[in-house]
Design a protein around this ligand. Structure first.
Ligand SMILES: C[S@@+](CC[C@H](N)C(=O)[O-])C[C@H]1O[C@@H](n2cnc3c(N)ncnc32)[C@H](O)[C@@H]1O
Length: 254
């Protein structure tokens, strides 16, 4: 019996038992449950946008994350997608991160994900020039169950604040501030990261404009330069993750 035929083994639930609206393709009659899922998976593969949305829907968000996300929406502020958040959480856990620096606190969505992946005694240092947003993030972190000493909020612009942070003192740097400053954030990150540490840049797809051949604003041109600089750096081991609006990640070589 081939691997695509026959009934599903009893008592072994499929990892994606409920396709839901993201991949809610109608089930063909006469197929086994497993065949139907394979058929669904083929269609998903053929449709990258749907797969992309599926990766985001795969992450489940709790009340604190939804609250932070709602505050961002009310302020007209983007926040990381659930898929990007889950990637950040996983990367912080992989790095066994004790010290993470975040540029662009917003209302705390990405901060919650980073804290969830960090060590239980880890501290997130998060920078944003807007104290009102940081106040929402503070509330969101508390609602998510994090003690007050797990986060250090620094109000200010990244390029004023980062030079005051310790050389080699960070396991992860997450950049989600002013796109036109991303190249400068890269320089600062290389200084802040310990060898083997990880830098991540959110939003490098710029809603598709990064690969659009039409005329583009300076922030998109900066993103292209950033992608080139990271790819060509002998100091970095890069990967561009197609989650959310594009998450460019790179490990600083040891
Ligand atoms: C996209 S939002 C961040 C969203 C947040 N990372 C999240 O996912 O919840 C960008 C944030 O960067 C902040 N920002 C803008 N310019 C900045 C700068 N020069 N330095 C640091 N933060 C900056 C904005 O105030 C805004 O809150």
């Amino acid at each position: 019996m081939g691997p695509t035929s026959g009934p599903d083994p009893p008592g072994r639930p499929h990892p994606f038992p409920t396709p839901g609206p993201i991949c809610g393709f109608p089930r063909a009659s006469g197929y086994s449950h497993r065949c139907q899922l394979r058929e669904q998976e083929r269609v998903i593969t053929a449709n990258r946008q749907t797969s992309w949305a599926f990766a985001d829907a795969f992450a489940v968000e709790d009340e604190a994350l939804r609250w932070a996300r709602d505050r961002a929406r009310e302020a007209g502020l983007p926040s990381v997608s659930p898929g990007t958040g889950a990637a950040l959480r996983m990367l912080a856990a992989t790095a066994d991160a004790k010290a993470v620096a975040e540029i662009g606190t917003g209302t705390g969505v990405s901060g919650i994900y980073l804290l969830l992946g960090m060590r239980p005694d880890g501290v997130l240092t998060t920078v944003d020039p807007e104290p009102d947003r940081q106040q929402f993030a503070r509330q969101a972190f508390r609602a998510a169950g994090f003690a007050g000493n797990r986060a250090r909020f620094i109000p200010g612009r990244a390029l004023d604040v980062l030079p005051r942070l310790a050389d080699g003192g960070y396991d992860v740097v997450f950049c989600d501030g002013d796109r036109t400053e991303y190249l400068a954030y890269l320089d600062e990150s290389l200084r802040l990261l310990r060898p083997g540490g990880l830098v991540c840049f959110e939003g490098v797809f710029a809603d598709g404009r990064t690969v659009d051949s039409g005329a583009q604003p300076v922030e998109v041109l900066t993103l292209r330069e950033l992608l080139r600089a990271v790819r060509e750096s002998g100091e970095l081991v890069p990967s561009l993750l197609p989650v959310g609006d594009g998450l460019l990640c790179a490990v600083r070589r040891g």
